[in-house]
Design a protein around this ligand. Sequence first.
Ligand SMILES: *Cc1c(COP(=O)(O)O)cnc(C)c1O
Length: 427
Amino acid sequence: MHCIMGEHELRCAVGGEPLEPGAMGCEAHRSMARTSYRRELVVRDLPGMWKFIDWLPVLEPLEGVAPGPVCYRSEGLAKELRLDDLWISFSGYWPEKKAACPTCTFKDLEAAPTVQRLIDSGDESILVVASAGNTGKAFAHVSMVTGRQVALFVPVSCFEKLWLPRHDPDGGGLFVVGVRGDYADAIELADRLAKLPCFVPEGGARNVARRDGMGTVMLEAAWTMKRLPDHYIQAVGSGAGGIAAWEASMRLIADGRFGSKLPRLHLVQNLPCAPILSRFDGTALSGECPEGMYDLVLFNRKPPYEIGGGVRDALQATNGTVVGVTTEEAIVARMMFLDREGIDIVPAAAVAVAALERQVASGAVKRGERILLNITGGGESRLHREIGTKRLPCHVRVDAGKVDLESLAGWARDFLGRRKEHAGGRT
Ligand SMILES: *Cc1c(COP(=O)(O)O)cnc(C)c1O
């Protein structure tokens, strides 16, 4: 069994030619790398997302971390919006539904296979991640639980929002750098550090492990519904989740058991800071972005839009569309969702709910069509109450403008090296 799992190769998303293992893209076509798996989806008796391990670019499940999306047919929201065939994919904390994303968003689905893929490759470098929110929580959790070494860059203003489940072990392999500056500064520093010896970048939307991890949302949904949906609705920042949904749908069509039509993508952004909407239909960006946004995770200045196999191609292939909703609309939608479905959702997910309402009202999605609404994060309030959380540590603070990168790299190696020795000494 072992040798069948995760059997895959990388191909150019545009030309289809084979690429080196570990390639982040295809230079000849200026496009992304995409995984190619065997044709038929096999669902294994493994926890969480790992049941789809045959279509994940890993050799085995990551030990101790098994996040998974769930999919169920909506009654409350469906009735409210007068929809006959609305399905909800939920990534978060919701014990009654057996939903188990430890940090309450679908970023958990990206972090776990990314780290396992590094382990598979034998690469012991320190994984470098920059985040203002959910990505940071997800990778920090994996690092704490598995001991995998991660250097996380977070703008100091964002620490309040970052937490870990209360039972996470302390220490782990995590080194957290608080950056005095904004998210763009944190990204820039992380990019520079990742080029130094002993560090490796996490890769963002180009990382196939992140995309295929998110793709399990579509796999779980198609497996539950027995076929692909007509429409897929998700709030996006980078749009990687939209690309992942498209890629997973193509694989499901090739499998043959889930229908032959690609779901139409409805990618949603939070106005007024909507770079993807702006590229899609020319809507001007206004305001001092990201100020005034409901959820910072939906702002990405450089989404992978034009790149081959990126957001533009995903929209084109699926006859997709991009929707902008205001924060006021999202606030109302968030309350409605709690009332109708009985679970709290994160602001980004509420943006998607508001867009669904809009698309129903305009006739872009029709009453009898099968709709998949991706609730990308939720259950946070419940997790705070029922499990409890703790703050993310901050190990060093730096000024974005005047940090000595070599020293920072040295501290990170030292700090994590000592941690590892300690952990080794204890066992
Ligand atoms: C990151 C994130 C998104 C947007 O994801 P993309 O990478 O743009 O697909 C949506 N919702 C939540 C909760 C997120 O954390």
